[in-house]
Ligand binder design. Structure first.
Ligand code: SF4
Length: 386
């Protein structure tokens, strides 16, 4: 791999230049106000795959609700998921909750100070451990996220940096005196100056050391990561209603959206290409049946079967709601919701279920896609929750 080394003397100058810029112009972010390890951990977990502006809205209320790691460890999972509602990637919330319990039970209530100790906590990967160890405890370890990857690839004009290469370069560069500020300064540079498209090299404090700038290859560095193709799956949702109330069920404690409240669902046994097409165009027209009569609309039979499997009887015609799609890490889900009025509310269910008032699932955390279905249901039947 092409690699333009930065010598020790030059490295010190580079650090000084970037840190001076960081001191002068860093964005004011609420989690930069102190170095409390719990607060730093919360912010770093929230920032994974989530925009800074979104995290700003959740960070303060989260700390009001769970001001200490012990408060978080003592909370019920339901309450934790509800506080996380809207941030997505709920596995992070469950892991943060588990980490708080591990800290209480195995570390005497004190967050580990070392990179290795932090790495042992649920949901804490290499990046998060590096960020917390350096920012909260002053450990001279790197933290390589997507922004840092881009900055380093350009600084060294590396077309396809591997994780090991990035770790090595980031470790060489980290400032031994101010490792936390250094890591944040590189991230800040990537977020505000050395952006994916149109890096502002003229305003960049590390431009004199930048090999990609010298070679004119900024736009090609780093080569984009190949996106993993994920399968598409069509899922029928049964929005079961009885006298204005809706039925939600609690999802199992493991697996996708574990522990959250959602509409009963059933996967359609169809081929991914059809689901993909459906996802792009909204709910499809009914296909003709063998005798030329209109065929079954996708998801209707599954939604009806779900209702019957719960010992409920449908009153009237099922009503199709607006389909919606949601991208999970490993799956593109196409939800096909059906509203079904049932005659009684005695449910046969293996797990926990609840009848909730329209538009008010109470303190139950619902996944974002399901909230969109709930909104669509309210629009369709004209529920006003104000
Ligand atoms: S000089 Fe340009 S390409 Fe190089 S680090 Fe700065 S902004 Fe990025």
């Amino acid at each position: 791999m092409k690699y333009t080394p930065v010598g020790p003397a030059s490295r010190a100058e580079l650090r000084a230049a970037l840190l001076a810029q960081y001191d002068r112009a860093a964005r004011e972010l609420p989690w930069r106000a102190d170095t409390d390890p719990y607060r730093i951990l919360v912010s770093e977990i929230m920032l994974q795959q989530t925009r800074v502006e979104t995290v700003r809205r959740y960070y303060g209320p989260w700390l009001d609700r769970f001001p200490t790691i012990d408060a978080l460890a003592s909370a019920r999972e339901d309450v934790v998921l509800k506080a996380w509602e809207g941030l997505g990637y709920y596995r992070r919330a469950r892991n943060l909750h588990r980490a708080a319990r591990v800290v209480r039970e195995s570390h005497g209530g004190t967050i580990p100070r070392t990179f290795e100790g932090l790495r042992g906590l649920p949901g804490v990967g290499e990046y998060t451990a590096g960020a917390v160890a350096s920012i909260a405890f002053g450990a001279a370890v790197p933290a390589v996220d997507g922004n840092v990857r881009r900055v380093l690839a350009r600084l060294f004009d590396a077309p396809a940096p591997t994780p090991a290469w990035l770790r090595e370069r980031a470790s060489e560069l980290v400032d031994p005196e101010r490792p936390g500020d250094w890591n944040q300064a590189v991230m800040e540079l990537g977020a505000t100056v050395c952006t994916p498209r149109g890096p502002r090299c003229a305003a960049c404090p590390v431009a004199p050391w930048c090999a990609a700038r010298a070679a004119g290859t900024q736009a090609e560095r780093p080569a984009p990561l190949r996106k993993r193709a994920v399968p598409t799956s069509a899922i029928a949702l049964a929005v079961i209603q009885h006298r204005g109330r809706l039925l939600l069920e609690k999802r199992p404690p493991d697996g996708l959206l574990a522990g959250m409240w959602a509409f009963p669902e059933r996967h359609l046994p169809d081929d991914p290409a059809e689901a993909e097409e459906r996802a792009g165009t909204g709910r499809p027209e009914r296909e003709a049946g063998p005798d030329g009569a209109p065929g079954e609309e996708p998801g209707r039979a599954e939604a009806l079967a779900l209702v019957r499997s719960m010992g409920l009887a449908v009153v009237g015609e099922p009503l199709p709601l607006e389909p919606c799609r949601h991208r999970f890490t490993h799956l593109e889900a196409v939800y096909l919701p059906w509203a079904l009025e049932v005659a009684k509310c005695d449910v046969v269910a293996s797990g926990e279920v609840a009848w909730v008032e329209a538009g008010a699932p109470g303190n139950r955390a619902m996944p974002r896609a399901q909230q969109r279905v709930l909104d669509s249901w309210m629009r369709t039947i004209g529920v006003n929750t104000e």
